[in-house]
Design a protein around this ligand. Structure first.
Ligand code: FAD
Length: 443
């Protein structure tokens, strides 16, 4: 087990407060490429501290693919500090528990109690939300802070040393800092990583993403109980698992069905995805199979893990979010890491007192974030192993180790949190700003 920084919990004595609007001594003109969850969260963090921020997004309309997303406590705490609470409150759902279930019987083999434990232990709630609502909340907050969002504005060229980007229409924009939050297919990453390695590794897994009509589920008493409370339920079995939870005040049942597939995504036929999915999970808990049978549409999604990078910055360019650290969704932390990136970058920039210190600030930022994101990528890959044992002695040993126990305030023995309160603290109690302060102080 890697050793984790003991920088957690310092914040618990200080209740979340919205950041003051003017904490940066050097106000920068900042370009962000990409208005995904990462680009928007970063824009808010930087706008909150007084920088001038413009986002360039290639899409003509803003939106998010897929239905649900989990916002773990390490992220909700930061979002609260960024003033998101009033923007999120009408959209979020706070589940009480995460239940781990055996793939064939559906019997509960592990339980993580989220309410009240996560608020009490990690100082912030654990939410689930519709992605589109999360995106809308971030977008509105960004606009209210004066962030400009330019749509249909695709960046085709970066000149990191000059702080210059060129858009598809030929226009050229200059900034003190360029932040590429341009996702897993980032073109900016190639400028900071000259190793020649592929940008990401296929993990051998793919996911079907789908929602189910809750009206149909409600009509069947064998499965309607899953809607009684908005809890997370995850069925785990050989090489596969199914994550489920309700979003949108119980209006939508969200499912991610993970399965092995190491073929090239460009060869996938989405028109057979629905029948392929039903075949993949045939023989699982009959109640789960019934729900899968109700799915009318699905998309098969590649699950990649970003190649670890030794640098995230060159000249006036820095990458963050999936561009820097795509990860398996098995810790539910990809977007949460982008939120941490944004606030860590903002914190680092508040420390400079002269524009010439920008390079040093970016160096501190990448030092802090590369190590955190790398460990979260590893944790996500590890969950992919722990959740997917075939029936047999190793799986039985895992299940025995998952028996719920009480450790302090944390009731949890599930592989999601590695059965380890210290690791839970590392994941959910992480203090992104405190870590910047610590490393800045050391250098
Ligand atoms: P993106 O969302 O990819 O955004 C990049 C943006 O940049 C896009 O809008 C794109 O159009 C734009 N862009 C790209 N190139 C250019 C260009 N040249 N010019 C202008 N614009 C450009 N994370 C969690 O925290 N919790 C979860 O529960 C969770 N579940 C997941 C489940 C699944 C199945 C998957 C696949 C992922 C999950 N994630 C989860 C991860 C999360 O979705 C991602 O980490 C997150 O959305 C990445 O955000 P981003 O802003 O970095 O990238």
């Amino acid at each position: 087990t890697p050793s984790y920084p003991s920088n957690c919990l310092a914040f618990l004595n200080s209740p979340p407060t919205v950041l003051p609007s003017s904490t940066a001594a050097v106000r920068l003109n900042i370009i962000i490429v990409g208005a995904g969850l990462g680009g928007l969260a970063t824009a808010i963090a930087l706008g909150s501290t007084g920088h001038t921020v413009t986002i360039y997004e290639q899409a003509a309309e803003l939106g998010e693919v897929g239905a649900g997303i989990q916002i773990p406590s390490n992220s909700t705490r930061l979002l609260s500090r960024l003033g998101l609470d009033p923007y999120l409150e009408k959209y979020v759902t706070e589940p009480e528990t995460i239940s781990f279930r055996r793939w064939d019987s559906g019997n509960v083999i592990g339980l993580t109690k989220l309410i009240p434990n996560f608020r009490k232990t990690f100082g912030a709630p654990y939410y689930v939300i519709h992605r589109a609502n999360f995106h809308t909340a971030l977008h509105r907050r960004a606009l209210d802070l004066g962030v400009k969002v330019k749509l249909a504005a695709r960046v085709v060229k970066y000149e990191p040393q000059e702080g210059r980007v060129t858009l598809a229409d030929g226009s050229v924009v200059l900034g003190d800092l360029i932040i590429a939050a341009d996702g897993v297919k980032s073109i900016a990453r190639n400028l900071v990583d000259d190793s020649g390695r592929p940008p990401f590794e296929q993990t051998g897994f793919a996911a079907y993403r789908a929602t189910v009509d809750v009206a149909k589920m409600k009509a069947d008493p064998e499965i309607s109980w899953l809607l009684d409370r908005p809890n997370l339920n995850i069925w785990i079995g050989d090489q596969r698992h199914v994550m489920t939870y309700t979003i949108g005040a119980g209006k939508s049942f969200n499912m991610v069905l993970s399965h092995p597939d190491d073929t090239n995504p460009s060869t996938w036929d989405q028109s057979t995805a629905l029948s392929d999915m039903k075949r993949e999970f045939h023989g699982w808990d009959s109640r789960l199979e019934k729900i899968i049978g109700m799915i009318e549409n699905t998309i098969k999604w590649p699950l990649v893990s970003g190649t670890p990078l030794s640098r995230w910055t060159t000249g006036r360019l820095v990458i963050l979010g999936d561009a820097a650290h795509a990860m398996l969704p098995y810790m539910s932390q990809g977007a949460a890491m982008a939120v941490e990136d944004g606030i860590a970058l903002s914190r680092t920039l508040t420390k400079i007192t002269h524009p010439t210190q920008l390079t040093h600030a970016l160096h501190i930022f990448e030092k802090v974030r590369i190590s955190r994101a790398r460990k979260m990528q590893e944790a996500s890959l590890l969950n992919g192993k722990l959740w997917h044992f075939p029936d047999g002695p190793v799986q039985r040993a895992r299940d025995a180790a998952m028996k719920p126990e009480t450790v302090g305030e944390v009731v949890s023995h599930s592989p999601n949190q590695w059965s380890d309160p210290a690791t839970q603290m590392w994941a959910y109690g992480y203090d992104a700003e405190g870590e910047v302060d610590r490393v800045w102080g050391e250098e």
